[in-house]
Design a protein around this ligand. Structure first.
Ligand SMILES: [Cu+2]
Length: 135
């Protein structure tokens, strides 16, 4: 093959790789499974774990489970060991919540009052994940 053919092939392959990996880490990339749905514990709370780990094609906050029922209290327990730097400053702007996570103080509780996606972010905004609230 001619050199120009190789160059064109190279550009096409790079383009395909770029398209494949250019996800923005939205919750929609995380496949929904039975484990995605929170169960309601005896105390009425839906227990969620928050940690730092692989999310889609990158690393970010990970919620498990990540789908809850509306108007039922949610208890998010953060894994302080996996959260570093500003990732420990967990914000839930829609509910006016802001908390610095330590290993002895790692719980955030709130009751989602409307359906949709609740943004959970770090203080600087690079840590982002979404809690899906359903009817
Ligand atoms: Cu941050």
């Amino acid at each position: 093959m001619k050199t120009s053919t190789y160059i064109i092939l190279f550009i096409v392959v790079i383009g395909l790789i770029w398209v494949y990996y250019s996800g923005d880490g939205n919750a929609s990339e995380v496949p929904v499974t039975a484990d995605s749905y929170a169960t309601i514990a005896e105390d009425g709370y839906q227990n969620i774990q928050l940690r730092y780990g692989k999310s889609g094609y990158s690393f970010n906050y990970v919620l498990s489970p990540n789908i809850v029922k509306v108007n039922q209290p949610v208890r998010i327990t953060a894994d302080a060991n996996s959260l570093r730097g500003c990732y420990r400053y967990v914000q839930i702007p829609a509910y006016g919540l802001s908390k610095f996570i330590t290993s002895s103080d790692s719980v955030i509780e709130f009751t989602p009052t409307k359906t949709g996606e609740v943004v959970i972010t770090c203080s600087m905004g690079m840590g982002v994940t979404y809690l899906t609230v359903e009817e």
